[in-house]
Design a protein around this ligand. Structure first.
Ligand SMILES: Nc1ncnc2c1ncn2[C@@H]1O[C@H](COP(=O)(O)OP(=O)(O)O)[C@@H](O)[C@H]1O
Ligand SMILES: [Mg+2]
Length: 284
């Protein structure tokens, strides 16, 4: 079958077959029936080991449109690994990873490219190219695909900078000239250049002062509420977690040991979750 290579198709396009076996799982603790139209991410029984070291030992997670799932856990537990699996940068050893019903495990490059085009990633530390201007950092992917004119790209860069409350002139700055908070804003602007339906954030407030963290939390919420984005936020910062999260999951020893809403977090008698919350609360 002939397929045009470059043209972006919506997820749900027949070339991106939703897996016939896919049936979105009910979210634990929620009585609403799962809606295939709204379900953007399903991880089902995902396993991954690096050599002998088991990192993920049967992970189940789900995220709907307009919802932010916060994934918490100690360092080295596999939080970033989960994000890399969802982005298709890493294949799990077993399990299914559905992005709007499309299983990306063993998917071919074309499907992976299309699915990735629906996602924005805010890497820890921003991951900007230091030798490129802010504008070039935002636009390099669009230049690569060749789908947009220079004028369109220019307009998009300014639109996305404005979305993160940065002035148009910031596009001419180099990353080294940005404060930590501005870097993070630019990283978010870059993640939303392709108007993604899913945005993944890896420790978005780590290393930022409390006031700057708050402005980043507000941006995460603005993106969810104005654009109905499905988000996953990986964080250590329990304050940030409670500000942005609709649902919360704790990753420990390869398993999700707690899952629930803010009320469930505050009232949990899960011992590890309690220790985690109390320890973090007392340091802020
Ligand atoms: N490519 C890799 N090869 C081997 N081990 C890895 C690799 N990537 C991550 N790890 C290990 O997997 C574990 C989980 O990593 P990561 O997902 O980055 O943790 P977190 O984000 O929760 O701090 C860590 O012990 C890390 O050292
Ligand atoms: Mg990490």
């Amino acid at each position: 079958m002939f397929r045009s290579r470059r043209k972006r198709k919506a997820i749900g396009h027949p070339d991106l077959h939703p897996d016939p076996q896919w049936a979105p799982r009910a979210v634990p603790g929620r009585d609403r029936e799962p809606d295939p139209e709204n379900r953007m991410i399903d991880l089902e029984d995902v396993h991954l080991a690096f050599g002998e070291k088991v990192i993920l030992d049967g992970i189940w997670l789900e995220v709907d449109r307009g919802e932010t799932l916060v994934v918490m856990g100690g360092s080295g537990t596999g939080k970033s690994t989960i994000l890399r699996i969802i982005l298709g940068l890493l294949e799990p050893d077993a399990g299914r990873v559905y992005v709007h019903g499309v299983n990306i495990v063993h998917a071919n490059q074309e499907v992976l490219d299309e699915v990735r085009g629906q996602m924005g990633m805010v890497f820890q530390g921003g991951a900007l190219f230091d030798s490129l201007t802010v504008g070039e950092n935002l636009s390099f992917r669009l230049h690569e695909t060749g789908e947009h004119s220079d004028e369109e790209i220019e307009r998009l860069v300014e639109e996305k900078l404005s979305f993160v409350d940065l002035e148009p002139r910031v596009k001419n700055l180099m990353p080294a000239e940005l404060s930590g908070g501005m870097r993070k804003r630019v990283a978010i602007a870059r993640a939303v250049m392709g108007s993604p339906r899913i945005v993944l954030y890896d420790e978005p407030t780590t290393g930022l002062d409390p006031i700057t963290s708050e402005t980043i939390n507000e941006l995460i919420n603005k993106l969810r509420d104005q654009q109905n984005v499905a988000s996953i936020v990986v964080t250590h910062d329990i304050g940030s977690a409670l500000t942005v999260g609709n649902r919360f999951a704790m990753l420990k020893d390869g398993h999700i040991t707690f899952e629930g809403d803010a009320h469930a977090v505050r009232t949990t008698d899960d011992e590890y979750m309690r220790t985690f919350i109390d320890a973090r609360m007392s340091t802020t």
